[in-house]
Design a protein around this ligand. Structure first.
Ligand code: WT7
Length: 632
């Protein structure tokens, strides 16, 4: 960590916005806007809500009477789908392309706003036909295909709560999430496609829900041509369900504080947290941040390369771009298949104006050399974005030079599943520094504090914390309000605790340094050390396991497991392979550790807790720090 701080502090060059960028930027006087918002954040968010449609207005903008269970736009009636679709109907937007989808194999599909609206209405009616009502939970386990967005919007339209599970998660992980939320329906596909290979999704989901007490029906989106095993009275093809449904469906009028979705994310224990977001505040936060940070114009083609299974996909592939009435690109494939120019090709093909991606993708493509992006002019590009982990200055500069051709500002957006929206991010008119997410978004008060909640001096590292609530914040952890309080409102007294470390420079710019807690960020994907340990320990050969993160040139971080085997078990290479496979089955490919080392002992506290910090320091050859809690 020390190393990173030094590198970052030496990063002095300031990238000023060009005249062209400044001239066109929606927010030019960003300092004045920030100052005004800081004086009265509630008023700022009250005004922001007027950019959207409401069935009836709220009485109270912000309610903290039951802190930390904050409420926004209390008494208001709305539906995010009204703002994503309904309000565009009968306007010129209805004939605009809402979604451009490119498949793994390079096939293209386009849906206008009108077509998307019809598809959503049909699906919503289909869900109603299957007896789904307001408040019911619907699990979605699909790849990056238009039906994922259609399913999400259809749920929201009728007031059902969707929960998208990333298609890279294993059957076990899917099962755990379905059980926790008590989902009545699972929407999945027969197969998925990746790198030209076919993935059998249906068998996997069958395994996940076998004996499930809550699942009543499975809706299967047909993506392949082969035979599919369908269970009588439970499974139904998506086409068969929606084809006969009317293409009109009334949008449910929701309370601002009614839940919109549950999205599971990793924490410091083995059990993932069901983060709950609501209609009202979420839509306002998304709309304002997207409009200002991405500086969208009505005819923009915008591409976020994330997967809808993560918060980035929820907020900024599906909801925010549709509210803005622009074209959002969805891409099923991977960046280097069939060749390492896939991303640049798609940008030229669809004349993408805004590209929003992750440092791990940039670093992976850097490995193939700049000759690939240099072949493409990518003239349409105007703005770039980055998210998921700190972007190292080298990657930032490469992105700026070879992708943005030195003319596109990079919006390094810091936020989380829990925050729902961008929290620390530049606006295009601001001076940039490579590797800094710059300043809090107007209306957001971020600080760097110590364990007691005191602000730390400039240049000194500490915990990144947020002082005042914001509309798109999570409302609770599903069925676990105590965990909500303990995780976010106890660690940094007086603040929302982010779990990240950061420091501020003399200009007030934030430099995020990574997680302070036991959560890994592998290729920008969040996974708890404890989740991997628990998966390992569930194998019959393993007695104990300690998992740490190690710096990785492309993935940012990679996991290494230290394993104590049960008595009599031999630590062979074959066992390493078996254990890796076991993690894959339990959690999914993203959680597989790069290395597994068999050890006799692990450093523990007297109470028997494995000290990951000490293992990590030893592994990286660093100072072991305070070891007074060690048992021996
Ligand atoms: C964690 C949240 C919300 C986007 C996707 C990840 C890290 C995210 C940045 C950034 C430095 C970042 C943090 C954060 N992170 N964006 N621009 N700079 N770090 O969502 O899975 O909830 O993970 O991702 O560590 O806490 P997530």
């Amino acid at each position: 960590m020390k190393g990173t701080t030094e590198v970052l502090l030496n990063e002095k060059k300031i990238y000023k916005p060009s005249d062209k960028v400044l001239k066109n930027a929606k927010i030019k006087q960003w300092r004045a806007v920030q100052k005004k918002a800081a004086k009265d954040p509630v008023r700022f968010w009250d005004e922001a809500a007027n950019d959207l449609d409401w069935y009836s207005y709220w009485g109270q903008t912000f309610d903290d009477s039951n802190a930390p269970f904050f409420k926004w736009y209390v008494g208001g009636k709305c539906n995010i789908v009204q703002n994503c679709l309904d309000r565009h109907m009968g306007t010129p937007v209805e004939n605009k392309t809402a979604i451009i989808w490119e498949s793994d194999a390079g096939k293209r599909r386009k849906l206008t706003y009108k077509q998307l609206n019809q598809a959503v209405c049909k699906m919503a009616n289909g869900l109603k036909f299957l007896k789904i009502k307001r408040g019911d939970r619907v699990a979605i386990y699909l790849q990056n295909i238009p039906e994922t967005a259609i399913a999400m919007l259809a749920c929201a339209k009728i007031g059902a709560v969707h929960s998208v599970v990333y298609a890279g998660f294993s059957a076990n992980a899917l099962r755990e999430r379905i059980d926790d939320q008590g989902a009545k329906i699972l929407i999945t596909s027969d197969v998925g496609h990746r790198r030209g290979k076919v993935i059998d999704m249906k068998s996997l989901t069958d395994k996940a829900i076998s004996g499930s007490p809550s699942i009543q029906n499975v809706i299967v989106v047909r993506q392949g041509t082969g035979p599919v095993t369908m269970k009588m009275n439970r499974d139904i093809y998506y086409d068969a369900l929606v084809d006969t449904q009317p293409s009109i469906c009334r949008t449910e009028q929701m309370d601002s504080e009614d839940p919109l979705f549950i999205l599971y994310t990793s924490g410091t224990t083995a059990k993932p947290k069901g983060v709950v977001h609501v209609h009202g505040g979420y839509m306002v936060g998304l709309n304002r941040t997207f409009q200002w940070v991405m500086d969208v114009r009505p005819d923009d083609v915008y591409w976020c390369t994330a997967d809808p299974g993560w918060i980035t996909g929820h907020s900024y592939i599906v909801y925010a771009p549709l509210m803005a009435g622009i074209t959002t690109v969805m891409f099923e494939g991977v960046p280097d298949f069939p060749r390492p120019d896939r991303i640049w090709k798609i940008i030229e093909k669809y004349k993408v104006n805004i590209l929003y991606t992750a440092p791990t993708l940039i670093r992976a493509l850097m490995c193939y050399g700049e000759k690939w992006p240099m072949k493409y002019k990518m003239k349409s590009l105007r703005l770039l974005g980055s998210v998921g982990e700190p972007i190292n200055p080298e990657a930032w500069r490469w992105y700026h030079k070879f992708v943005g051709k030195n003319k596109c500002p990079i919006m390094d957006t810091w936020w989380q599943t829990e925050t729902g929206m961008f929290m620390i991010s530049p606006l295009p008119s601001m001076p940039l520094k490579a590797g800094s997410a710059t300043l809090p978004f107007p209306g957001i008060k971020a600080e760097v504090v110590d364990k007691k909640g005191n602000k730390v001096p400039v240049g000194k590292g500490g915990y990144l914390a947020i002082k005042t609530p914001w509309p798109a914040m999570l409302r609770t952890i599903f069925k676990n309000p105590k965990r909500y309080i303990d995780t976010y409102w106890k660690e940094s007294p007086g603040y929302y605790h982010t779990g990240d470390m950061a420091h501020k420079d003399k200009d007030g710019y934030f430099w995020i340094q990574g997680r302070s807690d036991d959560v890994l960020s592998i290729a920008g994907h969040r996974i708890g050390n404890a989740e991997i340990e628990s998966a390992l320990v569930s194998h019959k050969s393993v007695a104990e396991a300690g998992v740490i993160g190690k710096p990785h040139p492309v993935k940012g971080e990679s996991a290494k497991a230290f394993v104590i085997l049960r008595r009599g078990v031999k630590g062979t290479d074959i066992l390493i392979k078996t254990l890796k496979k076991h993690i894959r089955t339990k959690l999914g490919p993203i959680a597989v550790t790069d290395e597994i080392e068999f050890v006799e002992k692990l450093p523990k506290t007297r109470s028997g807790k494995i000290m990951r910090r000490v293992i990590k320091a030893a592994e990286l050859g660093q100072d072991l720090g305070d070891t007074s809690a060690l048992a021996d």
